[in-house]
Design a protein around this ligand. Structure first.
Ligand code: NAD
Ligand code: LMR
Length: 300
């Protein structure tokens, strides 16, 4: 046997035994907007996730390079890059989880609603393709304004006859990540032990961190401290937008938060019990049709 063939055969064998050794089902994750500020670090983090067997990186430009780069990392997920409308179907086909960070970010002085005109159209087109090519996938919506892009996706899926409210999530994990960090810092608690539910929506005062339900509880914080922590969590996105001074919004912390949420989705799909994450979903908790709250689901 020629050396190159020997190498490819042994790689194949290693891959097969690796997959059966892990005992996990094969899972395909697609990232739409994978060449962007969030998309690139999120692609890296999903490539490192052992629950991912196939990673599909889609964007309107730049994905061949991102995919080539990420694909050299020696973790099990097989990476493929897709670019442009004509490759969107192939990128999505067979996906278990689709993560959407496609769209424009804020600049200083803008609200998330100012992104609506551009991002609504992007999300509508991508959701139409999801309904066609992977109607059963769990959809993790990152594109802003989340309070509007999630209902847009829901309407597209309803029109296509594929809507399942248990499979559409607005990703609000960054609000939780920020609330945990700020609470732990102020209360002088080990940040990895801290949990803080955040409910409501993902814009300004609709972001409602429930510090009264934070764990571990503390009596080190005054009412004024809680007020300040609440405001900082609500303004966390703006804090980053202003610090980046025109060069976009949160990307690295968002990629981390997106990876945490996608991992929870994969675990849920794989039947891991008691997976709980806050996210913006169709809801009966209030009179609002969509509301972020603690969601406990087993998707399998
Ligand atoms: P970015 O401009 O760096 O990247 C966006 C990417 O989307 C680009 O690569 C662009 O080519 C791609 N894109 C545009 N149209 C597309 C389409 N039709 N199909 C596929 N890809 C397309 O922006 P970013 O910093 O990565 O932010 C992306 C979005 O995420 C923004 O709307 C931002 O407001 C939002 N965001 C949400 C949260 C959250 O907590 N949910 C946090 C941070 C940012
Ligand atoms: C965030 O919370 O960081 C994102 O929604 C991006 C933004 O525009 O603030």
């Amino acid at each position: 046997m020629r050396p190159s063939l020997m190498r490819s055969t042994s790689q194949l064998l290693r891959r097969r035994s690796y997959s059966s050794a892990s005992g996990q089902p094969e899972r395909k994750v697609a990232i739409l907007g994978a060449a962007g500020g969030i998309g690139q670090p999120l692609s890296l983090l999903m490539k490192l996730n052992p629950l991912v067997s196939s990673l599909s990186l889609y964007d309107i430009a730049g994905t061949p390079g991102v995919a080539a780069d990420v694909s050299h990392i020696n973790s099990p997920a097989l990476v493929k890059g897709f670019m442009g409308d004509e490759q969107l179907g192939e990128a999505l086909e067979g996906s278990d989880v689709v993560i959407i960070p496609a769209g424009v970010p804020r600049k200083p002085g803008m609200t998330r609603d100012d992104l609506f005109n551009i991002n609504a159209g992007i999300v509508k087109n991508l959701s139409t393709a999801i309904a066609k090519y992977c109607p059963n996938a769990l959809v993790n919506m990152i594109s802003n304004p989340v309070n509007s892009t999630v209902p847009i996706a829901a309407e597209v899926f309803k029109k296509a006859g594929t809507y399942d409210e248990k499979k559409l999530f607005g990703v609000t994990t960054l609000d939780v990540v920020r609330a945990k960090t700020f609470y732990a810092g102020k209360a002088n608690l080990p940040v990895t032990d801290v949990n803080v539910p955040v409910v409501g929506g993902h814009a300004g005062i609709t972001i409602l961190p429930l510090f009264s339900q934070a764990t571990p509880a503390t009596n080190a914080l005054s009412d004024e401290d809680i007020k300040a922590l609440t405001k900082r969590t609500q303004d966390g996105g703006t804090e980053v937008v202003e610090a980046k001074a025109g060069k976009g919004s949160a990307t690295l912390s968002m990629a981390y938060a997106g990876a945490v949420f996608a991992d929870a989705c994969l675990k849920g799909l794989n039947g891991v019990p008691d997976i709980v994450e806050c996210s913006f979903v169709q809801s009966t908790v209030t009179e609002l049709p969509f509301f972020a709250s603690k969601a406990w689901e087993e998707w399998s």
